[in-house]
Ligand binder design. Structure first.
Ligand SMILES: [Mn+2]
Length: 341
């Protein structure tokens, strides 16, 4: 049996947890940024770190380019995540859960020292200081270890934020990244005041009607290929307009599509309001979704990845995505010697 070490590893290039802690102690004025269309880990790690730095007496601001949907209102301090970059100067920019600078926004240009805290396999190590731990189930897990290293007490607010991170990035403690360390940290967060029942209900049982309607449309278009090893679907901008806009995007739908016997990869494509394509891929441990996404100009994890193709019309980009995902599945079938039905 393999055991995940409880101590954090040294980052693959850049700083150790101790060096990162020293850096945060020395500096006083921070901007925390995270990726567009934020998920639970993105907001949980942003706000967990935000509260921690505030407790240390630091000046902190948090920024996300996408206006936050009401769904996230339950997160302690969520109103502190600004939709605009603050005018006040700051001397350190901390990226959380961002594989690349352009994940923050198309034209984001950080000033001052940059710190990159992430767990994505495809992270570009773009920071002046990089703390990358691909073994971490969520950036929230890394922030927990960072705050412990800093001896910052984990308040119930911090605990709720970081628990949200771990809950959502492990798919509700179901994915293969649900390590013993993830569960131990989650346990510590509950002991510190996180309420698992309340947080799960807010995340998983507070869906909007429009989201459900969009789900129905995507499910009505499921297309199975390659002996059902691949399933894909798509949502058009017209669907979004009719069902409640981009805010109604069904979260976790591409993961649900994967949950059928025999499916190895699921792929869900979205047409955006500007007519370009955004896509998510989910795998089951066989096909490398990170490689497929990279071939489409994106990135991510082995089992969960995504891409955006902006320089082509949706219909054209769709053919590129389908060609790459088919290629990825075929490659696995050949390499693994999978019998073709
Ligand atoms: Mn994450």
């Amino acid at each position: 049996m393999t055991q995940t070490p409880i101590t954090a590893p040294v980052s693959s290039r850049g700083v150790s947890l101790e060096e990162l802690a020293d850096l945060l102690r020395e500096r006083n004025n921070f901007l925390i940024v995270s990726h567009m269309r934020p998920d639970g880990d993105c907001l949980g790690s942003t706000l967990g770190l935000y509260h921690g730095l505030v407790q240390m007496g630091k000046k902190v601001a948090a920024y996300n380019a996408t206006p936050l949907v009401d769904k996230w209102n339950f997160i302690p301090g969520v109103k502190n995540v600004m939709n605009e970059i603050p005018a006040d100067p700051y001397d350190v920019t901390i990226f959380v859960d961002c594989g690349g600078v352009n994940r923050v926004s198309d034209d984001f240009a950080p000033t001052g020292t940059t710190i990159n805290i992430d767990h994505h396999l495809t992270n570009e190590r773009f920071g002046d200081y990089n703390y990358i731990d691909v073994e971490a189930c969520a950036v929230g897990e890394q922030i927990f270890q960072l705050l412990n290293t800093l001896s910052v007490p984990v308040s119930p607010e911090i605990a709720s934020c970081l628990y949200l991170s771990i809950l959502t990035d492990t798919g509700g403690f179901r994915y293969s990244n649900t390590s013993s360390r993830a569960l131990q940290v989650a346990g510590d967060l509950v002991a510190a005041g996180a309420q698992p029942g309340d947080i799960s209900q807010a995340v998983y049982e507070t869906r909007e009607k429009g989201e459900f309607m969009l789900t129905a449309r995507a499910l009505s278009r499921l297309t199975y290929e390659l002996d059902d090893h691949l399933v894909w679907s798509e949502l058009f901008w017209k669907d979004y307009q009719e069902c409640g806009g981009i805010e109604a995007e069904p979260e976790g739908l591409v993961s649900e599509m994967r949950g059928v016997r025999g499916v190895e990869v699921s792929c869900l494509m979205h047409e955006t309001d500007e007519g370009w394509l955004r896509v998510g891929f989910r795998g089951k441990g066989s096909v490398d979704c990170s490689a497929i996404a990279q071939a489409c100009g994106g990135g991510g994890h082995f089992n969960a990845s995504g891409a955006a193709i902006k320089n082509k019309k949706y219909a054209e980009a769709k053919e590129i995505v389908l060609a790459e995902v088919r290629k990825g599945v075929q490659r696995w079938r050949t390499e693994a010697g999978v019998k073709i039905r």
